[in-house]
Write a protein that binds this ligand. Structure first.
Ligand code: TPP
Ligand code: MG
Length: 356
């Protein structure tokens, strides 16, 4: 299993590492919010090891006899809170390539440590004669099939089907689209269901800091006025830095912001329900009228409550000359792409009952 991540990836280096993976039929996953390093539509791409990593990918990484980590720090998020590998002996062959010497062997002792920049390593790897891949081709195919089945979300009974909306966007976004993301549970939707690639980009805080999504989208649109720029954020994150819409207005430019409104700090609420079910403290939000607020900045403001309203709202936003904010009125139950808030509470309550 190859894991790509970190920074310093040129478009050429991305092409080289994909060529290396394909020549050797290696499955490639990526670290949190580094999904644009390898074209997600290639058969070698098998998903991301972020906060909402698919359980099947996590077990495949544990099952792999060799992990080749290229550019990624194997930190808390990537290592799934330090459960992915043994410490300090990873329990398998680990080859770690990183630009910074102090990252190599920091937690996990690699069998082979390589200090290198990404373009240099990727070019050298692409130039290697391929090894006989036959032994693991079926395994790679199986892991890819699991990734592909994860792209299909079960239909919901609620009026707003976020899985369907993400699928529509996956087909609609041009190859060079720039997708930015704030931090919060809503980001599980674009992380799991969109497919990233170069020359498009995925820009997001790998630290998980809120407040990045809107300003990053404004900046990306200023740098690439001709590209479609789509910024994802939650209602909590939008209330931190959404006023950067004024910068978009000042500069006469504008990205499209998809604002996932669940009237709460959903991530924190999820952790509250998980540890102290039913004890909800300080996570409810009383929000302004977001479309009206967007219009106050000269932006287009729209609110989508039903799946079928999304397409028209999106196309109107694409055609609009300035920034656009599309609020998605969420069912607060849709707390992650895989489970509901009540289910998390129910599981926590039964865990607690078992402890008593
Ligand atoms: C600057 C900053 N403050 C606080 C946090 C802790 N935090 C992580 S997610 C989250 C809530 C996010 O709420 P929202 O933007 O509405 O997204 P949701 O989780 O509801 O989808 C908070 C407070 C953070 N990551 N960054
Ligand atoms: Mg929220």
């Amino acid at each position: 299993m190859m894991l790509v991540g970190g920074s310093g990836w040129s478009d050429n280096a991305c092409r080289d590492i994909a060529a290396f993976a394909q020549a050797n039929d290696l499955p490639v996953c990526c670290s949190f919010r580094r999904q644009d390093i390898v074209d997600n539509r290639l058969g070698c791409f098998v998903g991301d090891l972020g906060t909402g990593a698919s359980p099947s990918l996590v077990s495949r990484c544990k099952e792999a006899d060799l992990l080749l980590a290229v550019g990624a720090r194997i930190g808390e998020i990537t290592s799934q809170s330090y459960t992915l590998l043994g410490i300090p002996d990873p329990g398998k062959m680990l080859i770690h390539v990183h630009t910074a010497a102090e990252e190599l062997g920091r937690v996990f002792r690699p069998s082979l440590a390589i200090q290198s920049g990404m373009p240099e390593f990727a070019a050298a790897a692409a130039a290697l004669p391929p090894v006989a891949a036959g032994r693991w081709s079926l395994w790679r195919e199986a892991v890819r099939a699991e990734y592909e089945s994860g792209l299909v979300s079960p239909p919901t009974r609620t009026p707003l089907d976020l899985g369907k909306i993400m699928k529509w966007l996956r087909d609609r976004l041009p190859d060079n689209a720039v997708v930015t993301s704030d931090a919060g549970n809503f980001s599980g939707w674009p992380n799991r269901f969109l497919q990233y690639r170069r020359p498009g980009r995925q820009l997001g805080p790998t630290s998980g800091a809120m407040g990045y999504g809107v300003p990053a989208a404004v900046a990306a649109k200023l740098v690439y006025p001709g590209r479609l720029v789509l910024g994802f954020c939650g209602d909590g994150g939008f209330m931190m830095t959404g006023q950067e819409l004024a910068t978009a207005a000042l500069e006469g430019t504008g990205p499209i912001i998809l604002l996932f409104n669940n009237s709460m700090y959903g991530t924190i609420r999820m952790h509250q329900e998980r540890r102290f079910p039913g004890r909800v403290v300080g996570t409810a939000l009383k929000n302004p009228d977001f479309p009206a607020l967007a219009r106050a900045y000269g932006a287009l403001g729209a609110s989508v409550k039903r799946t079928e309203e999304f397409e028209a709202a999106f196309e109107e936003a694409v055609a609009y000359k300035g920034a656009a904010v599309i609020e998605l009125k969420m069912d607060p139950e849709a707390i992650t792409t895989r489970t509901t808030l009540s289910e998390i509470r129910r599981q926590a309550e039964s865990r607690q009952a078992a402890q008593v």
